[in-house]
Design a protein around this ligand. Structure first.
Ligand SMILES: C[S@@+](CC[C@H](N)C(=O)[O-])C[C@H]1O[C@@H](n2cnc3c(N)ncnc32)[C@H](O)[C@@H]1O
Length: 252
């Protein structure tokens, strides 16, 4: 990463074009990174507090850092972004370049640390008022253990977003994906249902758990499954099984 902030718009544009982005980050001067993720839309669903003033925020699995930069924009006193898989070259088409460039262009003070979620402790990342665990749970081989790690560094609340599966089961259930059966992505390991997410959060010590944005209606999921079959060739029937939810959980 360069020590001096990036300022030359043409140069920045060229660098942006050379990176495979996950997030769509507004870098100013009409430049939005071409991420596959509709980050602004996801942000609305997450229902972040209007301000993080005076708060310390930890963003686990930050990738290009959209949500860490958003926490900073909303006044967080300190933000730490962490990641391991993508930042350490887990795939050959993406890395940490996007985070580094966005941080430089935004003149952000977000701190960063390469650490696997299972290695996180209060000693190596600190304790944080708010922890983001967005789009990470279903990548975990050990979902309950990873949530224990999240709880161990959370002072007040966690904001969690995840894919969910097993939607026809009312009891807590977690689907296991031993291969690449979900999205042809071998890094997808588990698909909990909402009851399992809520139950795991309670188990690891969150006293109050609120589903902010739950599983959407069957007609909505049918339309989504049809879209993904058309757009990415995903199987229609298995597409119906999935959705994504947002949960906020508090220690007290
Ligand atoms: C689907 S992306 C989500 C990115 C971002 N949080 C979001 O919601 O848009 C999953 C992220 O989790 C990271 N990740 C996966 N396994 C991890 C692990 N064991 N420890 C830390 N980060 C991990 C990946 O590198 C990737 O950046």
């Amino acid at each position: 990463m360069s020590a001096e902030p990036e300022t030359d718009t043409q140069h920045i544009r060229q660098k942006v074009e050379s990176i495979q982005w996950h997030h769509s980050i507004n870098l100013g001067s009409g430049l939005v990174t071409p991420g596959q993720d509709n980050s602004a839309k996801k942000l609305q669903r997450l229902a972040f507090p209007a301000t993080f003033e005076g708060k310390s925020v930890l963003d686990i699995g930050s990738w290009d850092g959209f949500f860490a930069f958003e926490a900073e924009r909303r006044g967080a006193e300190k933000v730490l972004a962490t990641d391991s898989f993508i930042w350490q070259g887990g795939v050959d088409w993406a890395g940490k370049q996007g985070f580094d460039l966005a941080k430089s262009v935004l003149r952000s003070k977000v701190e960063e640390k390469v650490v696997d979620i299972l290695d996180i402790t209060p000693e190596n990342v600190g304790m944080h008022d708010v922890v983001f665990f967005l789009g990470v749970l279903y990548h975990m081989r050990h979902p309950l253990l990873s949530l224990e790690k999240v709880a161990s560094v959370t002072k007040e609340m966690v904001i969690l977003e995840t894919a969910v599966d097993m939607l026809w089961h009312r009891r807590p259930a977690i689907a296991f994906y031993p291969t690449d059966e979900v999205g042809q992505d071998p890094t997808n390991w588990c698909g909990p249902n909402t009851a399992a997410v809520v139950g795991m959060l309670r188990t690891v010590g969150f006293k109050r758990v609120k589903v902010i944005s739950g599983v959407r209606s069957l007609p909505w999921r049918i339309a989504k499954a049809a879209y993904y079959k058309w757009k990415r060739g995903h199987q229609f029937w298995s597409g119906l099984r999935f959705d994504r939810i947002v949960v906020h959980a508090w220690k007290e």
